[in-house]
Design a protein around this ligand. Sequence first.
Ligand code: ADP
Ligand code: MG
Length: 447
Amino acid sequence: MNKENLWQTVLAQIQLNISEANFATWFKNTKIISQQQQKITVSVPNSFVKEWIENKYKKNILQIIHNQGLKVKKIDFIIGADKSKIPKISFKAPKIEQPELKIAEDSKSGLNSRYNFENFIVGSFNELAHAAAWAISENPGTVYNPLFIYGKVGLGKTHLLQAIGNESLKRTPKKEIRYLPAEKLVSGIVSSIRNQTIESFKNFHKKIDILIIDDIQFLTGKEKTQEEFFHIFNTLYHGQKQIVLSSDRPPKAIPALAERLRSRFEGGMIADISYPDFETRMAILKSKSQERKNPIPDEIYEFLASSIQTNIRELEGALNRIVLYQKTNNKKILLEEAKSLLKEITSSPLQKITPKKIIQTVSEFYDLKDKDIISLSRKKEIVRPRQIAMYLLRKELQSSYPFIAKTFGGKDHTTAIYAFQKIEKELEKNDVLERDINLICMRLTNS
Ligand code: ADP
Ligand code: MG
């Protein structure tokens, strides 16, 4: 049997035993590139797949080969020419957010006057972050230093950070204020290292009174930049200059960073922004449409506020489309028209994730049946996927714990709390689990 046929045979048999999605994830773009009597070398697309196949399927593959009457003893997996990487998935929306730079932005301070406190709506979901931000604009460098604001994408972090800058500038125009997306900080540091101007780069930052760095999750894994950042941070901190940071995750989820900043954070403030409730979404829509001077019918506000729940940027985008429609057609939009206009948004994959889909996707990923996962079995190979599914229900759908418990056939919601906390805790240190969950999320959004 030649190597092509042999691999086809192996694949055909594996395919029988695992789900289609699993098969595609792990075996696409694999092939035997050399076949000797005792050793076979298989090319795989990337290290992620390599590790996975070695751990999970190698024995099985050897068995199939032996069943063909071959005496192969060893299989090597090597990363082939096709180095396509599995992207790291951030689940809710585009991976990393950039502030919108379209509108006039002061190139020195990096501030955009469009983002201010006056047009920032406050609700219970962002109350703490808002209060801290406001306190800082009144008294920079003294009350909360650093201020660390975190929350998912599109929920107002950039707006709030920029508002701090704009408000401080208004109060004390002489102050040096600098707003930098972390990505710009990285490129600034990298190029000043390359051009050997890092000292002047640092000195330049020394003059700053308020330094605002947005989306610092960007610094993850960038050791050199982090190091330089700490120098800048320490200088400013000791000089009682204000530092404001934002991220899409809490500090403890950025381990390397948090480790070094931990003691600093104790004197500072960490505030999160969660999801706005219905009333707040209505208030935001009304305020935005006032800005646009093009009111829309009340029922359309309600329709938008109930369709789009977890991202203010999307809410605003939808409103913009409605306003544009009204302008071009020179009339008020009807509910039916609004519905069809927004079909794309409201039927996007993110909106279609349901508890059932999470259960199906997780079961399929672990080669289980849906009913296994929602059974009360205590078998290890079932308990774990069940906890992951519970975790995702909470994390991605904000389901209540009693609801989660009921969905999984239990009565006691503490089981659901336990599952969520256990997985969340483990995610901090278990890379394999993180990858699994990323892959599951990728399938959830892609299917
Ligand atoms: P993030 O930085 O968290 O991804 P942004 O600050 O860019 O989110 O916010 C996305 C959009 O939503 C912006 O246009 C912003 O003005 C608007 N927005 C967010 N939160 C509020 C709020 N509380 N009030 C008014 N507008 C908001
Ligand atoms: Mg942002």
